[in-house]
Unconditional design. Sequence first.
Length: 417
Amino acid sequence: MPEKKKPIPVVAIVANEPTQQQITSALSSQEEFQLVAVLDSQEKVIQEIPPLEPKIVLIDHQVDSRNTLDTIDELAFTFPEIATVAIIPVDDPILAQQVMLAGVRGFLLQPFTQVNLLSTLRRVRDLEARRLHSQGAATDTKGQTKPLHILTIFSPRGGVGCSTLAVNLAVAIHETFDDRVLLMEGKLLFGHLGLMLNARAHNTIADLIPHAGALDTSLVEEVVVEHATGIHVLLGPTDIQVAQGIRPDDMYNVLRCVSKMYDFIVIDAGSYLNENTVTLMDAADRILLVTTPDLGALHDTSRFLHLSRSLAYPTGKLLTILNRAGMPGGVKTKDIATALHHDLYAQIPDDNSNAIRSLNRGIPLVFKYPRSPASRAIKHLALNLADIGSEEPFKAISGRTTLSARVRGRLASVRAG
């Protein structure tokens, strides 16, 4: 008879009595998690946690009538093996960014139901298990590579060309390798992929979410747009309220399912940093960090590189791409790597006039102007990316360690200006 699994020990740091009762009631009605203690003060948390030996800590955004950011920061730093989950208001996206970069592994939006709570705890538990397994497997698979599978394209600065690079890189990969390629809109608010490809869809990623646990090829094919270039496109929702309701769990489950159906997935994650974006970056084999040779973009890129150390990504996962290299009046390319303290992986020459013409016509640059310097650079990037490979076919979401309090205080400036 198989041995019964022990419940995962959970500690709740919550002062609000109704929330305490809700958590106690939810966790007492199942056997997967065990609530070992409820702490109603931040004062001695670091001393009280070790003897309780929790695997997960639930912490409210306010305890003792003050926010818990410093406590979250200290928990993540002192106990990196413990997954911290923050309880935050549903209407505070800035706080969501702050707790995420302070080191939480997930957050629970308030008000929440028992189903929401248990779903979040299960997700955190499963992702921690995958992370630990992936760390153990890394030693066994050293020296072996598998084809690169998922690319997430992001910039902390808006307007630097993330969407343009995502579109054209997806097309270049398909043309070069004849792979089955999916271009996915991870920028759920105000995404432009449909406009850039002159593509319209009756269905979007929002239509896949209710079926994320049981997606099949026929359902996905009903939702994605098959573009004339040969790539498939999964667009974001057009309704802002629908987009705001999509959670990290939803994104993760959809991506996990569609990853089995395509040889290559390129994700346009845009420039807004939230847990959905970090989920897409965590799941990627490589992250392309896009910047341009102007001081504003380089300043934000430098700050993001500093912040990204808290995400505990392995060396080489983050690849910096200089777009519009050599643009008139721009910072000299030879000075950029020194300023960023980070090597440039690739440069895309400035070709703004052709890029704008392509955008206005809804035709990808590499398709409309295949011999332009920018198109050639993007095709060369596709070849180089294919050579580096990946460690796993679908990388589990990584655990995150702490972000120092002084850097967290600057978070607002990392967002797109």
